[in-house]
Write a protein that binds this ligand. Structure first.
Ligand code: 9MR
Length: 369
């Protein structure tokens, strides 16, 4: 007996079949090329922060070399690693990062020369005079930047110097006791940019900031500072927008529009913008598992940020703060309550966030109006 399918049943079957075929084709199209191959077409660097101790792990190093065109030492070029005591410069860990990058034709960002936090005890508790501290910092610039000259192409010269109201933060370098510009606002920042340019005239010099990615009081203050620097010829080439984003309470279209507006005004000054520390942390349960919906929202955030960067030709690098959920500062920082912030899972499998980044890079920069 021949049974005839109802015409609607037939078209439903056909529809489902076509969907399966379409999904399979999309899956094979998506991500056949690596992030770095896609980014290269867009004239944007795709980078990540690395820890040298992990480079010996094959899955770590092969994923890193395949997917990224730029690296930054997550900690290895900071004071607390480079300067175990006043007399010593320990470049071993930083040099490892440089060797890896050179072996895989990757660019190297340097991070960071001046930060009010996480400095070694001998420095913070050394009761130095202003004059002595200024000499110490100036010497640090010369030794470190000259050591990495020709290797590090861009430095975060100053990191996180402003507070949420846009005021210059109290710090060792500013006013406790400071290097000689206490109470004079951004003058100490200007001074160190001048030292940086002298130490390595080829390096691109960045001011790197947290929580000033979209439009707010802090980003207004960063904008005012770098505009003033540009006008007066202070050597500065770019602003780093860190972009540590918790997905919980963010209005994704609003945040991406605000980030885009901030990137647009900074690049209009003739500065480059680098997204420097992108990660999107999720609340996780005691086993470290996030809610499935959050992974989708996370992908949307990644997509929005990459798109916001690509829309401005002056946004020239997108860097994540680590790349695998196996290793991220978020877990210890949040005592295990948050995590899963990066594009690869703990087994180095790409997540939806990876696909979102890939798709945006592959779509390329929008045509100029
Ligand atoms: O991820 C970094 C972590 O391993 C360090 O312990 C910490 C202190 O040096 O710094 C973390 O990285 C920070 C970066 O240097 C500046 N922006 C905020 C980052 C996350 O805290």
């Amino acid at each position: 007996m021949i049974t005839r399918k109802h015409p609607q049943e037939n078209s439903l079957f056909e529809y489902l079949w076509r969907s399966v075929v379409f999904a399979a084709v999309m899956a094979s199209v998506c991500c056949a090329q690596s992030l770095r191959q896609e980014a290269e077409h867009d004239g944007v660097l795709i980078g990540t922060a690395v820890r040298p101790s992990q480079l010996s792990e094959t899955a770590y190093s092969s994923t890193l070399a395949r997917e990224f065109s730029m690296v930054e030492a997550e900690d290895a070029m900071k004071w607390w690693v480079l300067r175990p005591d006043p007399a010593t410069y320990d470049f071993r860990q930083g040099d490892e990062v440089v060797r890896f990058a050179q072996a895989h034709q990757m660019k190297i960002r340097g991070h960071c020369l001046v930060w009010g936090r996480y400095n070694p005890d001998w420095l913070t508790q050394g009761h130095y005079t202003t004059r002595h501290l200024s000499r110490l910092l100036h010497e640090h610039f010369n030794r470190v930047m000259k050591h990495y000259a020709g290797q590090v192409f861009a430095w975060d010269v100053v990191n996180e110097a402003l507070d949420e109201n846009g005021e210059v933060r109290d710090s060792l370098w500013y006013n406790q006791p400071g290097i000689g510009w206490s109470g004079k606002g951004t003058a100490y920042i200007e001074q160190v940019f001048r030292w940086a340019h002298k130490a390595d005239p080829q390096a691109l010099l960045f001011y790197n900031e947290a929580e000033g990615e979209g439009l707010n009081r802090k980003s207004d203050a960063v904008y005012a500072m770098v505009k003033d620097f540009k006008r007066r010829g202070v050597p500065i080439h770019g602003v780093g927008l860190q972009m540590h984003i918790p997905t919980l309470d963010v209005d994704i279209p609003a945040i991406t529009a605000s980030v885009f507006a901030n990137i647009a005004r900074l690049t209009a000054l003739g500065l480059q913008v680098h997204i420097t520390e992108l990660d999107v942390s999720l609340p996780v349960d005691s086993r470290g598992t996030p809610r499935p919906d959050d992974l989708t929202r996370q992908a949307d955030v990644y997509r929005g940020i990459v798109r916001a960067c690509l829309k401005s030709p002056g946004c020239t690098a997108i860097q994540t703060w680590g790349f695998t959920d196996k290793y991220s500062w978020i877990g210890s920082h949040s005592h295990g309550t948050r995590g899963q912030a990066l594009p690869f899972d703990r087994g180095y499998q790409p997540k939806s966030a990876y696909r979102a980044v890939w798709e945006e890079l592959s779509a390329g920069r929008p045509a100029a109006h």
